[in-house]
Design a binder for this molecule. Sequence first.
Ligand SMILES: Cc1ncc(COP(=O)(O)O)c(C=O)c1O
Length: 368
Amino acid sequence: MRDSFLPFAPPDIGNDEIAAVVETLRSGWMTTGPKTAAFEKSFAETVGAEAALALNSGTAALHLALLAHGIGAGDEVVVPVMTFSSDAHVVEHVGARPAFVDVDPTTLNLASSDGRWCMPVHLYGGPCTVGGKIAVEDAAHAIPARIDGITIGGRGNLTAFSFYATKNLTTGEGGMLTGPGELVERARAWSLHGMSRDAWRRYDGTGSWRYDVDRAGFKYNITDLASAIGLVQLKRLPDLYTRRRAIAGRYTEALSSFPELELPNEQPGTQHAWHIYAIRLHLDRMKIDRDQFIEELRVRNIGTSVHFIPIHLLSYYRDKYGLRTEDFPVATREFERLVSIPIYPQMTDRDVDDVIVAVDDVITRHRR
Ligand SMILES: Cc1ncc(COP(=O)(O)O)c(C=O)c1O
């Protein structure tokens, strides 16, 4: 057994990120400025998007996407329940109504669309291929994921990325909205108080002190400190992703022989971003439940998590919309057997093997 605890998902921050922050601090420009402009440009190029808007969270990107489409009171947005709560929150923030739906049993993603606005989530980094009237793709987990060779973020829909500390690309906190130039510029108009020009242009010698405010906008801008980290992470992305993919491959190879487990896989025609490696327990083959399984891994010094508690089980949405577990049979059942095991670039082969050995040991001791 490991003698030290293996955390679930620490960020991978190296000397280059640290140097970039120090350089930015010394530059005298901390908030939104030249680093952010460069980050937006590089990110758009990386995913093949026409335009990109860097923000202080993925949630901000989701919110502004809905505003850019003019979604508001009287509109409904279809949201899969197997996701993070902020997807539903932003629908409420614009005064629209989230229409919650169950998910596909294999991918845990949205299974179909029906003419209403929808918010496909690329859960765990596994691409959701559903088309239709897409309000925004939630790509918080999905860098770099692909559908039919096209990188998510570059498919022509507004797409929201998160750079939260655990994500495949991190800036500590941060997010990016990509998509068609006109829609992204509409989102930009909401992103900094509704001010008519970027604050940094007012101070770079080319702007003026005068500005207008044409709406009650939000304070969603990212700092140049965060963007400096993002620029380095973007350069490292191919290597970071290669390592994630290798770890996923090692897990799949080692764990596929266990009849007690259902493993994630890459759907045909897609590239999985391997943000989260979520195994599912066949509970009928085990003498312990998911929570006990997690506890057994914890005592073996392996950190885990569960993604996510489906939205219909959260009290606010359950009570407000009268959501019943029987209306979401797939998400309700799958939630009970989900365990996310560690996957991040800094893991050594030894760490990965420790996880495999621990999983093997728990199953061997507790199988029926
Ligand atoms: C699926 C999903 N959507 C949206 C978000 C929101 O991103 P952020 O925390 O950057 O606001 C997250 C995570 O944090 C997420 O996991």
